[in-house]
Design a protein around this ligand. Structure first.
Ligand code: FDA
Length: 305
């Protein structure tokens, strides 16, 4: 199931046709408040009233021209201004292939540098998403360079990759901000844990190891997962070490486990919702379907009258 949906998400022919279908557009609304920046910002207001902060991703990946990357960077700069004007507790989360990583890493870095400076000036924060394993090295290199000049920046790391414990140690001297996720791509056994147990135990070890090894340091850890049992397990292990819930944040996607997001915020966890928006939602939506077969049933039901 996972492989089929990830393949559907990469298929160029389907990528241009399926998103035009009305039922697809209706189904994706469960995970996306709308295609525009204003739709995304409007979705933040009730969350903020409930004590939940927001992150924003403008959907799209693997661009074909540097001009397109310039447009993406301009879009995020405008978004940062709009977040500040609206008084929203919001941060941005970018994919490096959207900023031109494939085409020219130096241009990508210049965009990152500009956006990180803009984020700091407007009181926001810039996060870098992690893509498939072909990009892990390049993404970490860009973050190392960025973080040296911009403290208000963070990077996503994936617990399914066997290399991640070494990557955390490599980044530790920078007092990094890390969003830990399980990983959304189809990676081979040679480089990734494939069993749920392997991915989950790696997740707990990485989270607890990162926070407990960085006491009194200005690090930030975001637990980017909807797996509440895992979050509570990590909170309990940290509590046993005398570390409170304010040592990490819980980050979930818009529309997924919304009731749990509210419950955790009420229970004293710091919670953030990542809101994705934009018209290039197709491959991203296919990854959400791949994660959970129940979402496929939901998508099929939305075709029916
Ligand atoms: P898991 O898949 O084990 O799910 C735990 C429970 O959560 C499920 O039983 C179900 O109840 C619920 N759930 C999970 N996914 C669901 C869905 N799609 N629909 C409905 N319910 C669902 N990946 C990546 O490779 N690079 C990245 O940069 C990011 N960034 C990112 C940011 C944030 C804030 C989040 C929450 C996630 C990501 N991801 C990501 C995706 C991540 O790698 C992973 O694929 C998903 O979060 C699904 O895994 P869970 O950790 O939620 O656990």
């Amino acid at each position: 199931m996972l492989r089929v949906f990830l393949w559907l998400g990469r298929n160029e022919w389907l990528k241009t046709r399926l998103p035009r279908l009305g039922f697809m557009r209706r189904a994706v609304r469960r995970f996306m408040p709308g295609e525009t920046m204003e739709d995304a910002l409007a979705a933040a207001r009730p969350l903020q009233a409930a004590g939940i902060g927001t992150k924003y991703t403008h959907l799209g990946e693997n661009l074909e021209s540097l001009a397109a990357a310039d447009a993406v960077a301009d879009h995020y700069a405008t978004l940062l201004d709009r977040i500040a004007e609206a008084g929203i507790d919001g941060e941005i989360s970018v994919k490096l292939t959207q900023l031109g990583l494939d085409l020219d890493p130096e241009t990508c870095f210049l965009h990152l540098d500009r956006l990180a400076g803009h984020a700091a000036r407007t009181g926001s924060y810039l996060w870098i998403d992690m893509e498939g394993s072909a990009y892990t090295d390049a993404t970490i290199l860009q973050y190392e360079r960025l973080r040296a000049a911009h403290p208000r920046t963070g990077i996503c790391l994936q617990s399914y990759l066997r290399r991640t414990a070494a990557d955390v140690e490599r980044l530790r001297p920078l007092d990094p901000s890390i969003r830990l996720v399980k990983g959304a791509y189809d990676e081979p056994e040679t480089i990734a844990f494939r069993s749920r147990r392997g991915v989950d135990s790696s997740y707990v070890a990485l989270a607890v190891g990162f926070v407990s090894g960085s006491r009194e340091r200005p690090v930030r850890l975001g637990l980017g997962t909807h797996d509440v049992a895992l979050i509570e397990q990590i909170a309990a292990q940290l509590a046993a070490l005398g570390i409170g819930r304010d040592a990490f944040e819980v980050e979930m996607l818009y529309g997924i486990r919304a009731a749990e997001q509210l419950r955790l915020a009420r229970a004293g966890y710091r919670v953030q919702t990542l809101i994705a928006y934009g018209d290039a939602w197709y491959p991203w939506y296919m990854r959400r379907l791949a994660e959970r077969p129940a979402n496929v049933a939901f998508a099929i039901r939305s075709i029916l009258p």
